[in-house]
Design a protein. Structure first.
Length: 131
């Protein structure tokens, strides 16, 4: 195979979705070692788990942190609540390369949340951005 074709087929980096629900999961420190060994190009966290954020400090791995569905309405209704969430979950980890805050997980896929949450997504985004 031609070298240029081989380079095109080889991914430059992989992205990893990191959840912490399950049995017999590795520690946060071990997980980061595995991410680094796999040359992960980015990580998406399904919540702001403090152990994994601490373990990611100084790695340079770009991180996306998801805001849990259940707090989206409160973040939409209060800039102070959004600021508190960012302070408690993001700013306390200045050495983590947080690239994105993701507001909710598949919120629009749940019709039961239409009345309570769908209209709160954009206001929560705005308040988080101000925070």
């Amino acid at each position: 195979m031609h070298a240029a074709a081989a380079a095109y087929r080889r991914p430059h980096a992989i992205g990893v979705n990191y959840g912490n629900l399950g049995d017999d999961l590795p520690t946060a420190a071990r997980s980061v070692k595995l991410l680094r060994k796999a040359h992960a190009g980015a990580v998406k966290l399904y919540n702001a788990d403090q152990r994994i954020l601490h373990a990611l400090a100084g790695t340079g791995i770009p991180v996306s942190v998801m805001v849990p569905n259940d707090i989206v309405p409160s973040l939409a209704d209060s800039r102070a609540a959004a600021r508190e969430w960012v302070d408690n979950n993001i700013k306390r980890h200045p050495r983590v390369r947080v690239m994105y805050l993701l507001v909710g997980n598949e919120l629009l896929s749940y019709p039961a949340l239409a009345a309570s949450t769908w209209g709160k997504i954009v206001p929560a985004m705005k308040n988080l951005r101000h925070a």
